[in-house]
Design a binder for this molecule. Structure first.
Ligand SMILES: Nc1ncnc2c1ncn2[C@@H]1O[C@H](COP(=O)(O)OP(=O)(O)OP(=O)(O)O)[C@@H](O)[C@H]1O
Length: 256
């Protein structure tokens, strides 16, 4: 797997991308802007992630991390800028891009009145998943919800909802996983499960972009770290070059 740094206004310039390297780009964001009303949240976000990379997105509360993930998931339209995922442009290919993305967000995006299994069958049909019943069953087992298969979503605990949200996000074998604070709300076993699921996704060549406020978690699970502040990615660096103290220091200097 190849990782690289793209420091903006920092230590290293983003290298010119050659034709050959461009094929490895999973995610490319250029000049992305998003405002809510007159309030600009994202001013000019530039971000690149390579296939197989686990990219952590850090930023203070309200910096715009969730907004960025929602734009990448095609759930909102940007004011300006381009998003390319696996070579497809969001503006032209939103439908196909959605097939490539699995999103685990703060909200589980599940139907409360349907059972866990019915939810997976519903979303699986939308994505055209082959051998859907078997796939849904296997995933529910994988996330530890075998005993809850026929229970309504409204009766599930927060952690169980999150496990089901993972199953929904993985159902169509996405190439890019977008995870909004995947380290919250899970018990020890849930954490181990998420770690295993992330490893499987990565071993299959899948890319992951995740947000977190836990710097130790970021150091453990990412290949690159990007800091969002003032509506821009102010730093992007390889995790291998960081210690906890160094990351804390950079965070305090850059994030405000
Ligand atoms: N639907 C919305 N309407 C208006 N303002 C919004 C909306 N969603 C987000 N915002 C504002 O945009 C800014 C960025 O919010 P966002 O949720 O993207 O931040 P975040 O970095 O994910 O924060 P946190 O770390 O607290 O989860 C905040 O000031 C927020 O109030």
């Amino acid at each position: 797997m190849r990782t690289r740094s793209a420091l903006e206004g920092g230590v290293e310039e983003l290298k010119e991308v050659t034709q050959e390297q461009a094929g490895e780009i999973a995610l490319e964001v250029k000049g992305l802007k998003k405002s809510y009303g007159f309030k600009p949240t994202l001013r000019a976000v530039n971000l690149t992630a390579y296939r197989g990379e686990r990219l952590a997105l850090l930023g203070a509360n309200g910096a715009g991390k969730t907004t960025l993930l929602r734009l990448l998931a095609g759930l909102m339209r940007p004011g300006k800028g381009t998003i390319r995922i696996e070579g497809l442009e969001m503006e032209r290919d939103a439908q196909r891009i959605r097939q490539l993305i699995g999103f685990v967000a703060h909200q589980p995006y599940l139907y409360e009145e349907l059972t866990a299994n019915e939810n997976l069958l519903f979303f699986g049909q939308m994505y055209g998943v082959a051998q859907l019943r078997e796939r849904a069953q296997a995933l529910l087992e994988r996330v530890g919800l075998t005993k809850r298969i026929h229970e309504r979503v409204s009766t599930l605990s927060r952690g169980q909802l999150q496990r089901l949200a993972w199953a929904r996000a993985l159902l169509h074998e996405p190439r890019l996983l977008l995870l909004d604070e995947p380290d919250t709300g899970l018990d020890q076993e849930g954490h181990a499960l998420v770690e295993a699921l992330l490893n499987e996704h990565r071993q299959g060549g899948g890319t992951t972009l995740f947000t977190s406020h836990q710097l130790e978690y970021v150091l453990r699970f990412s290949d690159n770290v990007a800091l969002l502040s003032g509506g821009r990615i102010v730093t992007q660096m390889p995790t291998a070059t960081l210690t906890l103290e160094k990351l804390q220091q950079i965070y305090q200097e850059k994030v405000r």
